[in-house]
Write a protein of this length. Structure first.
Length: 320
């Protein structure tokens, strides 16, 4: 009885056609909706721009909208706010965090960094504003190799927070780097054994993987890249089927871009849905609508942290 009343009240607050209500609010607010590929398909479909972390920060850096609605996780919306202090930046669910960003607490990272005073700090964008403020250059999975290759060979480097991306960049560049031992709970969930078994069942399929995966998985991949790079590769490749080792949200765009091809999500260790990022999936179309209607929850930052975090992001944008 109580549950019925509650669900009635909840749906009564929402318009029947969420898609057109969101479009109306977009015009009213002069808002832009930026979404990551790991969002639910309906959010992907309503976004003005859909991309990987680099593409999303480039869009955030150049938008003329007054309001940025960020359908992604906290560090992504925070990056948009760092680039646009005067704009209202909304995140549909403020609890949408990131296990990788959480694996690098600022106080511990400051102590770690103090042990290597002559090192340049390159941080993956999947980190908090506090970590960005302690970094010299930010990178994403699509430009990490390119950025490290631009650093003089005699300059020692700390790479944080993702050890898997760090190891992959070391392999690709031949550079030694000091790695912070962080990781992503979603990309570390893929099972090498199950991927190999799947490859035996589908010998024609190509394994493609995100560099946040562990080396045991990456060693089987025929192609490694950011989400945008994986999407472009799958579209252009002559192959007809792919085993995809990254968050399963990307399959929606792969299937849309190449409906005649087969995309098989790489299996996680258990029978869980852990190849879906639980943080990304906290955002829903309903929460996105309510965030725009209420102009909340918004991202706020102290000016001290924001201005310190801006410099390494601007360096990244210039070096990309
Ligand atoms: P990219 O967006 O750079 O592909 O990274 C994936 C990711 O894990 C984002 O959280
Ligand atoms: Fe963070 Fe991993 Fe989720 Fe990306 S997929 S937001 S790195 S927890």
């Amino acid at each position: 009885m109580f549950a019925t009343t509650l669900s009635y009240q909840k749906s009564a607050a929402l318009p029947n056609d969420l898609f057109s209500a969101i479009q109306d609010l977009k015009r009213e607010l002069n808002a832009v909706i930026l979404a990551h590929y790991y969002q639910d398909p309906d959010i992907q479909d309503i976004a003005d721009y859909l991309g990987d972390s680099l593409g999303l920060s480039q869009q955030a850096a150049q938008t003329s909208a007054d309001v940025i609605v960020f359908a992604g996780v906290h560090f992504m919306a925070e990056t948009a706010k760092i680039l646009n202090p005067e704009k209202l930046v909304l995140l549909p669910d403020l609890e949408a965090g990131c296990s990788l960003a959480d694996s690098c607490p600022p106080a511990e990272f400051a102590a770690f960094k103090a042990q290597y005073p002559d090192h340049l700090v390159i941080s993956y964008i999947n980190c908090t504003a506090e970590i960005k403020a302690m970094s010299d250059i930010i990178c994403t999975s699509s430009n990490a190799v390119k950025i490290v290759n631009q650093i003089p060979a005699n300059q020692p480097i700390i790479f944080a927070p993702d050890r898997n991306l760090g190891r992959y960049v070391m392999q690709q560049t031949g550079r030694e780097m000091v790695l912070w031992q962080g990781s992503c709970m979603v990309h570390e969930t893929f099972s090498e054994k199950k991927i190999v078994q799947l490859q035996v069942q589908h010998p024609e399929a190509e394994i493609i993987a995100h560099p946040e995966c562990e080396p045991t998985v990456l060693q089987h991949a025929q192609y490694i890249g950011s989400t945008t790079a994986l999407l472009n590769y799958a579209q252009k490749s002559d192959r007809r089927s792919f085993i995809v080792a990254t968050e399963s949200g990307i399959l929606h765009q792969m299937q849309k871009a190449a409906p005649e091809k087969v995309f098989i999500p790489a299996p996680p260790l258990n029978q869980c849905a852990c190849n879906e990022c639980p943080h990304m999936r906290l955002n829903t179309l309903e929460k996105l609508y309510l965030a725009m209607k209420n102009r909340s929850p918004e991202i706020t930052l102290s000016e001290e942290i924001r201005s310190a975090a801006l410099k390494p992001i601007q360096r990244m944008l210039a070096m990309s």
